[in-house]
Design a protein around this ligand. Sequence first.
Ligand SMILES: CC(C)(COP(=O)(O)OP(=O)(O)OC[C@H]1O[C@@H](n2cnc3c(N)ncnc32)[C@H](O)[C@@H]1OP(=O)(O)O)[C@@H](O)C(=O)NCCC(=O)NCCS
Length: 148
Amino acid sequence: MEIRSPEAESEFVAYYELRWRVLRKPWGQPSGSERDELDAAATHVAGYDEAKRLVCVGRLHAVETGVGQVRYMAVEEPLRGRGLGQAVLDELERLAKWQGMSVIVLDAREAAVGFYRHNGYEAVGEGPVLFGEVRHSKMRKKFSVSMP
Ligand SMILES: CC(C)(COP(=O)(O)OP(=O)(O)OC[C@H]1O[C@@H](n2cnc3c(N)ncnc32)[C@H](O)[C@@H]1OP(=O)(O)O)[C@@H](O)C(=O)NCCC(=O)NCCS
């Protein structure tokens, strides 16, 4: 698998389509609702399989000095549980450290809390409830910054 930022416009189209299909469509949200105003300046990571098909995505944006937020983590449903989400998160954390961040915060959907705990994130409070039903926990991870 290749983990990198999407580059071509067509790659970004596929990137947002996967984000929408996994994180918005099941709740009846329209195409376009998967994007926000921070996308333009954010760090985007995508995974491509041997056939160059997009299989997983995730985003990092800066919240304040030294603090980043991970959002929009999504893996194609049939391919979950095979380390793809891990690969995206590892890359986002590597890039966060490279950008001088020492803390990552995120709002984890209930079903994903175990995934983030497994990766050293601790629950620090209740997060938002999306679409009236998707509960989130606020989570946080602190790491020491070491430049490669
Ligand atoms: C959450 C998500 C990104 C995780 O990606 P994934 O590819 O399924 O997870 P991985 O296979 O990379 O898991 C990595 C490790 O975390 C563990 N893990 C994954 N999900 C877990 C969970 N819910 N609870 C506990 N551990 C979990 C795995 O067992 C694996 O452990 P290992 O390294 O010891 O084998 C993915 O399942 C997904 O897209 N879910 C739907 C969308 C979503 O909820 N996104 C998050 C929004 S906050």
